[in-house]
Design a protein around this ligand. Structure first.
Ligand code: PEP
Ligand code: MN
Length: 358
């Protein structure tokens, strides 16, 4: 196969690789305290964002270069390797001067080849640095590989990727949809590239971290990138998805590490895809119910009756034929559509009865 990247292995001994630390370095005290607690729990790789790419300009955008001193202190006092996010030439240069060991490129930056090229140019000649490239915001494996190639072409061979999920509109279970198959495709195309999972940004909530972490390990991911804060509830950014160093230690102990490669089309990979399809099904059903609820409001305001059988007959016929053409049985699709219709009617009747929250 065509060699897409020239890689050397990452100088980490732990399996799985665990990189942990706060979303943002906020104060010297919070940074040092978190690192000490992590160190006490056996973590060797520390992350903390200094320049935070935030959706809204009103959000906390990081402490910037002042935090480099805190990361240097973490390195000195704990012996951990330190990682931070870089998004432009200036960040890279400041981090190189400060002796930062590991750089990561955030999802928003990976999406922009100009920014990635600027980072790559600034890294040229610094082949001792370790760089992780997060997936782009959209599920485009070529764009992800392109970013990895730009960094690799600059001479960086200690490279890894991080799956943090993909943004979509609307309300979802997870903050970013895992789309595991994108990482599986990346692995298929570049089998020797280490891939970590970031269950914090993927899940968006603490409670999802254990399941997502185990799923990632089950699929053979090489490690986890987990936001950890000494006081998660007081965090200035991503408070809901951070866990304490003690909770991280409990999580790591509970994880089952199956030492196998990311399967391409093995049973596990296929089962994960089924899980993903089920999540998407639930979301798409919810989207459909939301529209039904809007129709319910319209009907209520205009005094139109809820059930209009002609319309349902039309939909039913159409869907049954569509499904049949795709190889599903007519009877199956009839049962699915009837169940969906019943729930839509229930939702609309609920609205008629003024109970819009069910
Ligand atoms: C982060 O890791 O702090 C971060 C901003 O992540 P992402 O690029 O995945 O949003
Ligand atoms: Mn974060």
């Amino acid at each position: 196969m065509h060699q897409l990247l020239n890689l050397t292995s990452l100088p980490f001994s732990s399996i799985p690789i665990i990189i942990a630390g706060p979303c943002s370095a906020e104060t010297q005290q919070q940074t040092i305290e978190t690192s000490k607690q992590l160190k006490a729990n056996g973590v060797k790789l520390f992350r903390a964002g200094l320049w935070k790419p935030r959706t809204l300009p009103s959000a906390f955008e990081g402490v910037g270069r002042i935090g480099l001193k805190w990361l240097q202190q973490v390195k000195q006092e704990t012996g951990m390797l330190v990682a931070t996010e870089v998004a432009n030439r200036e960040h890279v240069e400041l981090c190189i001067d400060a002796g930062i060991d590991i750089f990561w490129i955030g999802a928003r930056t990976t999406t922009n080849p100009f920014a990635v090229q600027e980072i790559a140019d600034a890294l040229a000649g610094h082949d001792d640095k370790i760089v992780f490239v997060k997936n782009p915001v959209n599920p485009d494996v070529d764009l992800w590989i392109g970013a990895l190639q730009r960094i690799n072409n600059a001479g960086v061979t200690k490279l890894g990727a991080i799956l943090r999920g993909f943004g979509t509109e609307g309300k979802h279970i997870y903050r970013n949809m895992p789309e595991w198959h994108v990482a599986i495709e990346l692995h298929r195309r570049i089998p020797e590239l280490p891939i970590l999972c970031d269950p914090s940004h993927m899940g968006g909530k603490r409670k999802y971290i254990p399941t997502l972490s185990q799923q990632a390990l089950d699929m053979g991911f090489d490690g986890l990138f987990i936001e950890t804060h000494c006081e998660p509830e007081n965090a200035l950014s991503d408070s809901e998805q951070q866990i304490t160093p003690n909770d991280l230690a409990t999580l790591i102990k509970s994880l089952i590490v199956r030492r196998m490669m990311l399967p391409d089309k093995t049973l596990d990979a296929l089962r994960r895809q089924i899980d993903e399809c089920d999540n998407s099904l639930i979301e798409i059903l919810n989207k459909r119910m939301n529209i039904s609820r809007q129709i319910g409001i319209f009907k209520k305001e205009n005094n139109v009756q809820v059930v209009q059988t002609n319309r349902f007959d039309e939909i039913l016929k159409l869907r049954i034929n569509q499904a049949h053409e795709m190889g599903m049985s007519r009877d199956f699709m009839k049962r699915v559509m009837t169940a969906i219709h019943q729930e839509s009617v229930r939702q609309q009747i609920d609205i008629m009865n003024n109970n819009q929250n069910t």
